[in-house]
Design a protein around this ligand. Structure first.
Ligand SMILES: [Zn+2]
Length: 311
């Protein structure tokens, strides 16, 4: 490590816990600008890869501009000050056996790529510009609004997505959980997003000390609970979905209690819930899951327990 590089590393973590069969080497770094990095070395692989998480997602969309975080994820691919031509990054990766993608979640967006190892510096240089100087040109913005809109239209007929949105709409009025994830009608400067990007930029980037948003208010209160909703499906299928709000279990990540509960609910052995429901001819399958939709959101994924299709 050169002297210059040492200066940007606040802390280095060498003792990363890993599985007994894991031959890769790991190192954790905390940069002076607040960026946290996990380095993974695997000499047996023939590709290099990078993933970067930005703690901003659709929950931070302004209410009047649904889909803005998703649009921002598209726009970063459409030229930067250093590499102004659209999709320069994707073209570079494609010409060196690599590919990339990005997705916007509830309270995060993830950007990732892989490439031939010898091309990693060039790929990172292009990638980093996303978080330094995206152009957000007017013409590309118009086109990407259409792209986001068509992604939305593609899932309009997806029953599972539709039901998920019903759950969102049934949450407390004004709670971010009730927001919708696509289709922006107009675009304004999305300051929060851009500032957070800067905290995640590599060493040259100034830490703007933007506070990460968390949700301590559960999306469902007594008024919203104990309700039955019957959405009309597009496909000819019958599902029953029951959800139970849970306290946030993220701090219990080492023991994963949510997975024990869902494992027991969806167990298929004799004497299980599923075996009894099947014996009665009521269901053909049953799934259960625990999921936290956003940081410290004090509930689980509303689609926690599902049975179906029912006869
Ligand atoms: Zn998209």
């Amino acid at each position: 490590m050169t002297e210059a590089k040492k200066n940007i590393v606040l802390k280095s973590h060498e003792n990363i816990v890993k599985g007994a069969q894991d031959v890769r080497e790991y190192r954790g770094l905390e940069l002076t600008n607040g960026l946290r990095i996990l380095l993974v070395s695997d000499p047996t692989t023939d590709q290099s890869a990078v993933a970067l998480d930005v703690k901003v997602g659709s929950f931070m969309d302004p209410w009047e501009i649904p889909g803005l975080a998703h649009l921002c994820d598209h726009m970063l691919f459409m030229g930067t000050a250093k590499y102004p031509s659209e999709n320069e990054y994707c073209k570079f990766l494609a010409s060196h056996a690599g590919e990339s993608n990005a997705y916007t979640g509830t309270d995060y967006a993830n950007y990732h790529f892989d490439v031939q190892p010898e091309q990693l510096p060039g790929a990172i240089d292009r990638f980093v510009q996303f978080f330094l100087s995206p152009l957000f040109t007017e013409s590309a913005t118009e086109r990407e609004v259409c792209a986001v809109d068509s992604e939305h239209k593609n899932i309009l007929n997806n029953d599972s997505r539709r039901v998920k949105q019903v759950y969102r709409y049934r949450s407390k009025p004004g709670h971010d959980f009730g927001k919708f994830g696509t289709v922006p009608q107009r675009v304004v400067q999305f300051k929060h997003y851009v500032l957070l990007h800067r905290t995640y930029e590599f060493d040259a980037i100034e830490n703007k000390k933007v506070t990460r948003k968390v949700w301590n208010d559960p999306p469902y209160g007594p008024e919203q609970l104990g309700k039955k909703v019957e959405p009309v499906p597009i496909k000819d299928s019958k599902w029953l979905s029951i959800s139970f709000p849970f306290p946030d279990l993220d701090s219990e990540y080492k023991s994963q209690p949510g997975y024990y509960i869902s494992h027991l609910i969806q167990h298929e052995a004799p004497g299980s819930l599923l075996s009894e429901l099947k014996r009665r001819g009521w269901v053909s399958e049953l799934e259960s899951g625990y999921h936290t939709p956003a940081s410290a959101l004090l509930t689980e994924d509303p689609r926690s327990v599902e049975t179906g299709p029912m006869s």
